[in-house]
Design a protein around this ligand. Structure first.
Ligand SMILES: NC(=O)c1ccc[n+]([C@@H]2O[C@H](COP(=O)([O-])OP(=O)(O)OC[C@H]3O[C@@H](n4cnc5c(N)ncnc54)[C@H](O)[C@@H]3O)[C@@H](O)[C@H]2O)c1
Ligand SMILES: O=c1ccn([C@@H]2O[C@H](COP(=O)(O)OP(=O)(O)O[C@H]3O[C@H](CO)[C@@H](O)[C@H](O)[C@H]3O)[C@@H](O)[C@H]2O)c(=O)[nH]1
Length: 438
């Protein structure tokens, strides 16, 4: 716990990847935090300090703050809202068919706040929501407030990454606070002060758009480098060198230039599509972003097709897909490239076995035809080709001679460019990667 700060009473509605991590970190900073979720199973686990998601370091932090009496869990939004002075909304905003944002969780939570507030409060929207949501949620709560108490709604978008969520929360690049009411904005700024991060205070609409703009820009970097990688394959260049060469230019920077199977996850795919809709709603055609999304779709397909170029027709062959979560250090499978790749292989008649140290069981629920394992050895044994989709540490550190002794044919198609082609050739592997000479 950090000393010398003004503690606040906080409620986090939605104890998922964002609400649970942020709530726990704010407890660690000395605040009194109650996390609410409508999922009673989740709350039951959390009360016993069992973490329903995989996020490194979270269990210890939850346990320690529960023991200190700063962090508690409930299914009762009423109790939580009445106890807190500041209520954070961290519920899901999943995509609807067509790309629009499903705001039903946000609206439900807002209605429940309206029914339960007994005094004026600040409501902070941490969920990623389309421009104008802060304004409309403030109106909704105030119009339906049963007691007549009022809320001021502040936008405070979240930028944490799964897998490094605690580090990102304690060391953010910036805090964005969008408010119409300076006093409410100042209170939220003070709450974040112990983090020592650069803080941008702006209008609510700008804050809401900053979140989408950040994700759209990062997705653009990935699709850009993937297109460069595709060109590299045709001209005999190496995308690793090209990325390094451009990344040394400070105006470009070295980050987010890792070519591969394309981006996945719960955020980039949905937020880029939502941003397209936000533009369409104001009659603006966001051409670059449309291309970014299309390039990402094709990158997955291109990678799947590469498997057949490397290994021949996959029908009847045993293919090991290594790494199923959308990125390492998470159990999250939302829009994971592995699912598309596995599905493509299965539809072409391959016998696919997926390996993931954490997400294996969840993957089996999503694709029942997919055999899964958390044993690298079981996945590799007898494989006609090995396909790397997610660069878990266990895969990166795999002994290539040991792996070669297990497979039926030493063919590797690496969607994350983990190894050097020369090293792989020397070890007797037929090695295909992304954006490097084949
Ligand atoms: N996952 C990330 O890395 C990340 C990062 C930044 C921003 N975001 C945004 O944060 C938001 C939350 O994302 P997430 O990944 O944590 O979602 P999630 O699905 O993991 O968690 C949402 C939780 O809210 C609960 N919930 C929904 N309605 C409720 C209600 N009325 N009362 C109580 N609980 C309710 C659900 O049961 C669920 O546990 C989304 O808008 C997302 O775009 C996510
Ligand atoms: O150079 C890169 C970097 C990432 N990726 C892929 O991009 C996706 C997203 O990765 P990452 O950004 O690390 O994970 P997320 O947890 O989805 O975090 C993103 O989405 C969150 C939700 O909005 C934001 O809060 C974060 O700032 C933003 O980085 C993954 O599939 C990665 O494999 C690449 O292909 N190449």
């Amino acid at each position: 716990m950090r000393e010398g700060i003004q503690a606040e009473k906080l409620a986090f509605i939605g104890a998922g990847y964002v609400g649970l991590v942020s709530g726990t970190c704010f407890a660690e900073l000395g605040n009194r935090v109650v996390c609410v979720d409508r999922d009673a199973d989740k709350i039951g686990l959390l009360r016993d300090s069992v973490i329903p998601i995989y996020e490194p370091g979270l269990e210890e932090l939850v346990r320690c703050n529960q023991a200190a009496g700063r962090l508690s869990f409930t299914t009762s939004i009423g109790d939580a809202v009445r106890e807190a002075d500041i209520v954070f909304l961290a519920v899901g905003t999943p995509p609807l068919e067509g790309g629009d944002v499903d705001l039903s969780q946000v609206r439900d939570a807002a209605r429940q706040i309206a029914e339960n507030i007994d005094a004026d409060k600040i409501v902070v929207i941490k969920s990623t929501v389309p421009v104008g949501t802060g304004r409309s949620i403030e109106r909704l709560i105030n119009e339906h407030s049963r007691s007549g108490a009022k809320v001021r709604v502040v936008s405070n978008p979240e930028f944490l990454r799964e897998g490094s969520a605690i580090h990102d929360t304690f060391h953010p690049d910036r805090i964005v606070i969008g408010c119409e009411d300076p006093e409410a904005g100042e209170r939220i700024r003070r709450l974040h002060e112990p983090l020592g991060a650069e803080t941008l205070i702006t209008g609510r609409e700008s804050a809401e758009l900053i979140k989408y703009a950040a994700n759209a820009f990062l997705a653009t970097k990935i699709s850009f480098i993937n297109e460069m990688a595709n060109i590299c394959e045709k001209v005999g260049a190496d995308i690793g060198m090209v990325a390094k060469g451009i990344g040394l230019d400070k105006r470009i920077g070295p980050h987010f230039l890792q070519a591969g199977v394309g981006y996945g996850g719960s955020c980039f795919p949905k937020d880029t599509r939502a941003q397209l809709r936000i533009a369409e709603d104001v009659d603006y055609e966001f051409r670059i972003l449309r291309a970014v999304i299309e390039v990402n779709r094709l990158q997955r397909l291109r990678f799947a097709q590469k498997i057949e170029r490397a290994a021949g027709p996959v029908e009847g062959k045993r293919i090991a897909v290594l790494g199923l979560a959308f990125k390492p250090e998470t159990d999250d499978l939302r829009d994971a490239p592995s699912l598309d790749v596995a599905d493509w292989l299965i539809r072409r008649g391959a016998d696919v076995i997926g390996y993931d140290p954490v997400a294996w069981a969840r993957a089996a629920q999503q694709i029942p035809e997919l055999a899964v394992t958390d044993s690298l050895e079981a996945a590799l044994r007898g494989a006609d080709a090995v396909v790397v989709v997610t660069q878990w540490e266990s895969i990166r550190r795999m002994d290539l001679d040991w792996a070669k002794s297990l497979v039926a044919r030493p063919i590797m198609i690496d969607g994350r460019n983990i190894w050097e082609p020369a090293e792989m050739a020397a070890k007797g592997w037929t090695y295909w990667s992304v954006g490097r000479p084949e």
